[in-house]
Design a protein around this ligand. Sequence first.
Ligand code: SF4
Length: 69
Amino acid sequence: MSAIYRIRIDSRQCQGHAHCLTFLPETVDFDDEGYAYVPEAESRRAEMTDALRQAVANCPERAFQVVEE
Ligand code: SF4
């Protein structure tokens, strides 16, 4: 069985820097207050891509996370 990678953004930690948007422009969205979120339909991936790794590595608040399910 292959792994599924789920993207999570911790809304308590996100500060809206938008670095994540640089790497995943078609995945990350922002709410009315300027905090990032990932729509449910975009949150699961079949593989851990470089863009996902970069988004995780470049989030200053450690809010952008990818967990293996
Ligand atoms: S880089 Fe991190 S803190 Fe900034 S908007 Fe993205 S998830 Fe939020």
